[in-house]
Design a protein around this ligand. Structure first.
Ligand SMILES: Cc1cc2nc3c(=O)[nH]c(=O)nc-3n(C[C@H](O)[C@H](O)[C@H](O)COP(=O)(O)OP(=O)(O)OC[C@H]3O[C@@H](n4cnc5c(N)ncnc54)[C@H](O)[C@@H]3O)c2cc1C
Length: 302
């Protein structure tokens, strides 16, 4: 982007536009360099205007809560868009149907479903991301995934056109969805089942306890680093890692959680290179020892 363009953007979007901002504090790994431009639209109109003016001139990345992303230590030469809290509203469309803004946390959506006596959203209580991130990743746990609840997706394309996509037009895969174009998800409509509030609450607590017993809490991580290689073996990625890699392996401050071998941890001040070296080491060792290829679940942002 030219200097005169930057001035133009500054005048128009003023307090919602930031330059050379540290990316570290916006992701769970607490790793990364700076973003050349960081835009936090306060509403849909502003987002639309920004997209029209930006006009696909450079790279763009939509950041949710940063719980599944690993940034490089360099400058991100484009714009990172993070939807503001005005994109996190929750409402009830019908007795069993909810609409959630993309910036809303999955936990809040799950709590809102509980308040309304709607089951099916309990698993989201355990996932630390936003609704937008959950949709993009088709996130899930304990046998449930976003695809099971989604009815339609409201989004905007990079030219500023609003679209509504019914879920039957979306291809869902394991931890990803496939769409024909780059879209920013604005909100989504989900359908659950009417149920007893105590039953829903008990299930949320049960799943949380299960999760806390098997996964580390309050650490700098991106959750599961690798996907389970479901088409090659019934073994989970953590099992393959456990049997192939010494558990005390570390590259600088990047290491493997003692509680869950698929959770990689920034112990203190790990660099991207340290985390990436650990990733490469684990992938190679699993391949060498088991013959199985494991693919990344976390996204490395270029
Ligand atoms: C401790 C821990 C536990 C976890 N447990 C689980 C688990 O049980 N199950 C599971 O599936 N995952 C788990 N994860 C991974 C992660 O929380 C999920 O993938 C989550 O849904 C990502 O949401 P996010 O808002 O943080 O997305 P981000 O990490 O910010 O982004 C992830 C992807 O979503 C895209 N995205 C985000 N918002 C939008 C939007 N509005 N429009 C378009 N694209 C968007 C981004 O561009 C990116 O490609 C865990 C992570 C951690 C740190």
């Amino acid at each position: 982007m030219e200097l005169k363009d930057i001035e133009n953007f500054k005048n128009k979007f003023n307090s919602d536009l930031f330059f050379n901002i540290d990316i570290k504090k916006f992701n769970w790994f607490n790793i990364g360099g700076k973003s050349k431009i960081f835009f936090k639209p306060k509403n849909l109109l502003e987002l639309k205007e920004f997209l029209k003016l930006y006009n696909n001139r450079g790279k763009m990345f939509i950041l949710g809560m940063g719980s599944n992303v690993l940034f490089r230590d360099k400058i991100y030469e484009g714009v990172i868009i993070k939807l503001s809290k005005n994109f996190s509203s929750l409402s009830k469309l019908k007795s069993d149907t909810l609409i959630a803004g993309s910036a809303c946390s999955q936990k809040k959506l799950s709590e809102y479903a509980l308040e309304n006596g709607i089951s099916g959203f309990e698993f989201m209580y355990c996932i630390p991301g936003s609704v937008g991130g959950g949709l993009q990743m088709n996130s899930g746990c304990f046998g449930a995934e976003f695809k099971d609840k989604l009815m339609s997706l409201q989004c905007i394309d990079t030219n500023g056109n609003i679209k509504i996509i019914p879920s039957n037009k979306i291809k869902f895969k394991y931890r990803k969805i496939e769409l024909n174009e780059d879209l920013i998800f604005l909100s989504a409509t989900f359908k659950g089942e009417l149920s007893n509030k105590n039953k829903i609450k008990n299930l949320m607590q049960e799943l949380t306890t299960k999760k806390n017993n098997s996964q580390p809490l309050k650490i700098k991580t991106g959750g599961s680093t690798f996907k389970n290689p479901i088409d090659q073996t019934t073994k989970k990625a953590w099992e393959l890692i456990k049997e192939s890699v010494p558990e005390d392996i570390n590259f600088g401050d990047a290491c493997i959680s003692k509680k869950h071998s698929n959770f990689f941890v920034n112990k203190n001040n790990a660099s991207f290179d340290e985390m990436n070296s650990l990733i490469d080491f684990v992938k190679k060792n699993v391949k060498d020892k088991t013959g199985i290829n494991i693919d990344l679940e976390i996204k490395i942002i270029e």
